[in-house]
Design a binder for this molecule. Structure first.
Ligand SMILES: Nc1ncnc2c1ncn2[C@@H]1O[C@H](COP(=O)(O)OP(=O)(O)OP(=O)(O)O)[C@@H](O)[C@H]1O
Length: 244
């Protein structure tokens, strides 16, 4: 069975600037991967590039469900089951969560999704316009869920979310990933986090450490997070089962 997401030797560039180099990553069905790394190392750029967003240019191989998508526009990637929850989602005039749900034929799922993230009343407003920082981030989880993706990219879903709502964000992501997609595919995820909060809400399979645009270590995610808490963003001496 093909991996949900397959990155082989992926470089990411903006104009003449190299941002990521030689990234290899395989996310199988049902797997959740966590991406750690210091500010500015290239994590968000990698997710945006995989999603096909400008101005990021890629070389190497990017496959979604076995299909090469490296040259595909963002809408083709989205229709193929890929979705990104942005670190800093934009405001969208004229687009509400309810309108989005209608367009995605997901109105049945809207009320429960909105209630789970304590966003009642916001679903009819222009998306993110005048929302608080935490409301924007919680709406972003709803937006992603309404897309019913098979491969989910989350960019710091906890940033700006207060302590009481962080549990709701974690539970919503955990529930989404535990629920198979419409075609029965077990969903996969790649999640950027600095706080590691998400590790309390789902079973994470692999943790990756990115430094200077390269994945320099992959291993057990909780062990890697513990290492980062104790030693900062340094490469652990490899325990059994880890790959450097
Ligand atoms: N559109 C762009 N134009 C120019 N430089 C960019 C662009 N996007 C990213 N960069 C640069 O690429 C580097 C990596 O940025 P990126 O946002 O991917 O980092 P990150 O690892 O997600 O950091 P953080 O943890 O702070 O969110 C940074 O130096 C950033 O300034």
């Amino acid at each position: 069975m093909a991996n949900l997401l397959n990155l082989v030797d992926v470089d990411v560039d903006v104009d003449d600037t190299a941002i990521c180099r030689g990234v290899n990553l395989e996310v199988a069905q049902g797997e959740t991967h966590i991406l750690f790394g210091p500010n500015g190392c290239g994590k968000s750029s990698l997710l945006s590039a995989v999603m096909g967003l400008p101005p990021y240019r890629t070389s190497g191989t990017i496959e979604l469900n076995g299909e090469s998508i490296g040259d595909a526009p963002v809408d083709v990637r989205a229709r193929g089951g890929l979705a990104l929850a942005f670190q800093r989602p934009p405001s969208l005039r004229g687009v509400s969560l309810r309108g989005l749900a209608r367009a995605l034929d997901a109105l049945n799922e809207l009320d429960a999704a909105v209630a789970a993230l304590d966003l009642e009343g916001l679903a009819v407003r222009d998306l993110n316009a005048g929302f608080s920082g935490g409301e924007i981030k919680r709406s972003e989880i709803v937006k992603l869920a309404l897309q019913r993706p098979t491969m989910c990219l989350f960019d710091e879903p906890e940033s700006g979310v207060d302590l009481e709502h962080i549990a709701a964000v974690g539970a919503a992501i955990g529930d989404l990933l535990a629920t198979p997609a419409d075609d029965g595919t077990r969903r996969g995820a790649l999640i950027i986090t600095h706080t590691g909060f998400i590790l309390d809400y789902l079973r994470a399979d692999v943790g990756h450490l990115m430094l200077d645009g390269r994945i320099v270590y992959s291993g057990e995610p909780r062990e890697l997070f513990g290492h980062i808490q104790r030693h900062g963003y340094t490469v652990p001496s490899a325990p059994a089962g880890a790959s450097v």
